[in-house]
Design a protein. Structure first.
Length: 272
């Protein structure tokens, strides 16, 4: 495909994505999975879908003033809403590419049936985080999430796998993660163990999944404290260090979950 046609097709995709409130979009050639491997070849898109040529990665922000209430139904609703919107947008982009004559499908942003499956095997068939890394949207932080300059790690991701010939986006050369360990301290289960000389910490994924299983049973899944606490991102400058008051956090946590009606009583006791 001529260079101008490739650029025009990518521009059409970006305009369609923007119309669906997608905040970030990048394109990663599938060769990057083998050029800079972070997983075994079983997880590489070109080995799962031999016809694949590019992965289009799209991101949608998580509002600090909602995620900072976590664990709460407020954040749970935000999480579920962004997931629905991302899958909807990815389906429509894949459908558009099909209608243009290309092979394409989307890989859902989470893609597990129940949290108990992650307790048994805490990994995904396709890593949206690594796809975002290869598509130039950000770098992997200490807490194993994708960190972006605009939203820190407060971003949800989805991918479209296609054989369309598209101009790639450049990967970021410098780590965005500050190495401040704020995410490590924020984790209620202490699943992260920093490693000297390396940005990405060791992580007890099984322990993390067990925490999420408990939160789901209490109706305020998922956790997200490590991404709420991350100081990186233009959104933090917009909202400030704390986007919601301590009283506001307790108020939001006090409704809709299994422990409804207990948080404000505890707060009043602490104030007295």
């Amino acid at each position: 495909m001529p260079k101008t046609d490739r650029a025009k097709l990518k521009d059409k995709i970006k305009r369609r994505a923007k119309a669906m409130d997608i905040n970030m979009l990048g394109v990663a050639p599938v060769e990057r999975w083998s050029q800079e491997p972070h997983q075994s070849p079983d997880f590489w898109p070109q080995n799962i879908w031999p016809w694949s040529r590019n992965v289009i990665v799209m991101g949608m922000q998580l509002f600090p003033s909602m995620i900072e209430t976590t664990p709460s139904v407020v954040y749970s609703e935000l999480y579920n809403t962004t997931n629905r919107l991302l899958d909807h947008a990815a389906y429509r982009i894949a459908n558009f590419l099909n209608e243009e004559g290309y092979r394409a499908h989307f890989f859902p942003r989470d893609c597990y049936g129940d949290i108990s499956a992650l307790v048994k095997r805490p990994e995904a068939a396709f890593s949206q985080v690594l796809a975002g890394l290869y598509a130039g949207l950000g770098t992997v932080g200490m807490n194993h999430t994708l960190l972006t300059r605009k939203y820190g790690s407060r971003i949800r991701l989805v991918s479209v796998i296609t054989d369309a010939d598209l101009p790639p986006d450049k990967m970021l050369k410098e780590d965005i993660c500050l190495g401040c360990k704020v995410c490590v301290k924020a984790c209620p289960m202490q699943v992260f163990t920093p490693v000297e000389g390396r940005i990405v910490a060791d992580m007890d994924k099984h322990k993390c999944a067990l925490c999420h299983q408990k939160l789901k049973a209490e109706f305020h899944y998922p956790c997200g404290r490590c991404i709420a606490a991350c100081p990186v991102g233009e959104d933090k400058r917009r909202y400030g260090r704390e986007a919601i008051s301590p009283q506001g956090i307790e108020h939001c946590r006090d409704f809709g979950a299994a422990d409804a009606g207990t948080h404000k009583r505890g707060l009043l006791t602490a104030i007295k």
